[in-house]
Design a protein around this ligand. Structure first.
Ligand code: SAM
Length: 213
């Protein structure tokens, strides 16, 4: 059976935790307001992100690529009262909307939005993180990995999204995003400081656990 089969997807979505109302609203708003609503994580992936953060008992989470805030809210749901999620977004046109979204989610106290380039912002962030969700520009995944690695605690989990890039990773391509994802996958595969597994859900999600500094 194929996960892309609409009926299977419908079955899965009707048998997993419900998407909170604020996220259904956000999905509709994202379709109305943005040109690429497909970038949003969505119901299944969002519940997975929340589950991973809860399983890690995460208190500090970092996200690269906020977009309209869907995944940030899902991960923040798993945080304890004193937990914090830092999310980085390069597009400053999203700032006002994101502040409204986080306010509406009731989690604005826990969610810290930073506008700017992740590669420049990450070295300035203090402390370490239990979970990092990497979902920015695919061309720069290897660069993000290098800069974020020291910020991930030992035993921490880095989740990289879109690592199958709609199957394009199998192609001999010159497309910069495809090449970026391929290089990242090769880099992670040969890095002995981590354990890694690619989960072929949606567009591919790599789970990377830090086992050595
Ligand atoms: C796929 S979307 C993120 C989707 C979001 N995580 C979700 O699941 O709902 C990627 C986002 O990364 C942002 N982005 C791209 N390059 C970035 C960078 N260097 N630093 C921070 N954000 C970046 C884009 O503007 C875009 O909003």
């Amino acid at each position: 059976m194929n996960m892309s089969d609409a009926t299977i997807e419908e079955y899965v979505l009707s048998h997993i935790d419900k998407e909170p109302e604020v996220l259904s609203w956000l999905t509709r708003e994202t379709h109305l307001r943005t040109l690429k609503p497909r970038m949003l994580s969505g119901h299944l992936q969002g519940r997975m992100l929340k589950m991973f953060c809860a399983m890690m008992s995460a208190k500090r989470i970092l996200e690269i690529g906020t977009f309209t805030g869907y995944s940030a809210i899902c991960m923040a749901e798993a945080l304890p009262e004193d937990g914090e999620l830092h999310t980085l977004e390069i597009n400053d046109e999203m700032e006002e909307f994101l502040n409204e979204v986080f306010e509406r989610s009731g989690m604005s106290e826990k969610i810290h939005l930073h506008i700017g380039d992740a590669s420049r912002l990450i070295p300035q962030l203090e402390g370490q993180f239990d979970v990092v969700f990497m979902d920015g520009n695919k061309r720069h995944y290897s660069e993000y990995f290098d800069v974020v690695f020291p910020k991930l605690r030992l035993g921490g989990l880095l989740i990289a999204d879109n690592t199958l890039w709609d199957g394009h990773v199998l192609e001999d391509s010159k497309d910069a995003q495809t090449v970026g994802v391929q290089k990242f996958n090769d880099k992670v595969f040969s890095d002995e400081r981590v354990e890694r597994v690619i989960v072929p859900v949606r567009d591919g999600m790599t789970l990377i656990r830090k086992i050595k500094e």
